[in-house]
Design a protein. Structure first.
Length: 132
């Protein structure tokens, strides 16, 4: 299955909406190509609401995204991770390098100092999962 990536902008922030699986091969290549087409200092939100699976190569692509953008003055946030993908990020501790959000407005606002932002609370998520 191919990874579909659509690009849009909101208040000067680039948002990449992704649909499919972020796995080795074409999907990771598509993400790298999309990142390569962006300005080096881009402020980016990766919307993963329709990404149902991320493998180890996909995780590597996310880390590559973060590292590459940081080196060039850009930055990235993650948005709308499903439970499985969020658990994967927590297990691999990749959630410690990205700011994660459940709401697009909060993700966009996080780039603007002084705006109210509600970050994703991983501890609440873990507690909620234990109760189920």
């Amino acid at each position: 299955m191919q990874l579909e990536i659509t690009q849009r902008e909101r208040e000067g922030i680039t948002i990449l909406d992704m649909k499919g699986r972020l796995i080795a091969g074409q999907p990771v290549s598509a993400l790298r190509e999309a990142l390569g087409a962006l300005a080096p200092e881009v402020k980016l939100v990766l919307n993963l609401i329709e990404v149902d699976y991320i493998d180890s190569t996909g995780l590597g692509a996310l880390v590559y995204c973060y590292t590459n953008l940081t080196k060039t003055g850009g930055t990235a946030r993650l948005l709308n991770l499903n439970r499985r993908n969020l658990e994967l990020l927590v297990l691999t501790k990749i959630d410690t390098i990205f700011e994660v959000f459940n709401d697009e407005t909060d993700a966009v606002n996080s780039f603007f100092p002084g705006r109210a932002v509600k970050k994703f609370d991983i501890l609440s998520f873990v507690r909620h999962m234990k109760d189920q």
